[in-house]
Design a protein around this ligand. Sequence first.
Ligand code: AHN
Ligand code: ZN
Length: 348
Amino acid sequence: MYLCDETILKARIMIFLNKVLSTTAILMGGLLISSCGSSKKSDNSIEKEKTVSNIQAPVFNADSAYHYINNQVVFGPRVPNSEAHKKCGEYLAYELKRFGAKVYNQYADLVAYDGTILKSRNIIGEYNPEAKKRVLLFAHWDTRPYADNDIEKNHHTPIDGANDGASGVGILLEIARQIQKQSPAIGIDIAFFDAEDYGIPEFYKGIYKPDTWCLGSQYWGRIPHKAGYKAKFGILLDMVGGKNATFYYEGYSKRTANNVVKKIWETAESIGYGNVFVKENGGEITDDHIYVNRFRQIPCVDIIHYDGNTGTGFNPTWHTVDDNISNIDKATLQAVGQTVIQVIYNEK
Ligand code: AHN
Ligand code: ZN
């Protein structure tokens, strides 16, 4: 029997729903699944199915996320102080606003490992500000000025950062679009942090200060967009669009937010993405989640592509000129986006 993508997705969501919903909902879910392959459905009943599958969580649209990724890449590398960076910052704030968020901009001059002043901008979109219970979703939007994991002649070439940067932001923009259509029960904040990827390059031989990565989130951690900002937990998306991506337990997340790690990986498994979210240990990574936890005491989970075969632990295109749009895989976007949606719509 032929199954269209959307039908498979709906069926997966229903498997998940069957576990958590009442008998009535299960019966309705049965209706949805049984529609599979039937050619005698009227348009009316298709509409009804959509509504049923949307009670618990919306369906994440990977084409839409891909489009937001491509829009970022088209600006060119979003290296702080560049024109592309400036324009892309405007674009991201505009999109969050268009999707109904209240947008906060944090401008800061941040000092890079080599003393360069980075004109930085953290962009935060807020939904349901009255809600006490909040979840913070975040990604970095800047891109690396160096392909220092590539062959030597490319070391000083800025990367497109389709995966490293744009993928997390693209998924979060699609989630923002879904939130505007159907609000979850809790408050959501979406933060796009700047100056994550200006960390010390492999080729640098000079002296440097520690903590050279994640400058935007370090700044926000010390001075959040709202005084005393708190969230129940945070989810960081980093390199979430690569081909054949696999996500393992990241070490720091496991030590500081293990209950959230479990929740995410179990949710992924229950909707059919157990092969993408592998329930095994990966590496421990210096990333934005460390500073959000350290400075704001918010337990955070880093969903980051882990590959044990590349030597770096990262995906094969990491910090190379191959980190471009041709290496973005919609199947990965779908797995990550739908999983995060399921998690936030099931928070109460
Ligand atoms: C380190 O290489 C120490 N951290 C990598 C964090 C990162 C860079 N994520 C994306 N690009
Ligand atoms: Zn990077």
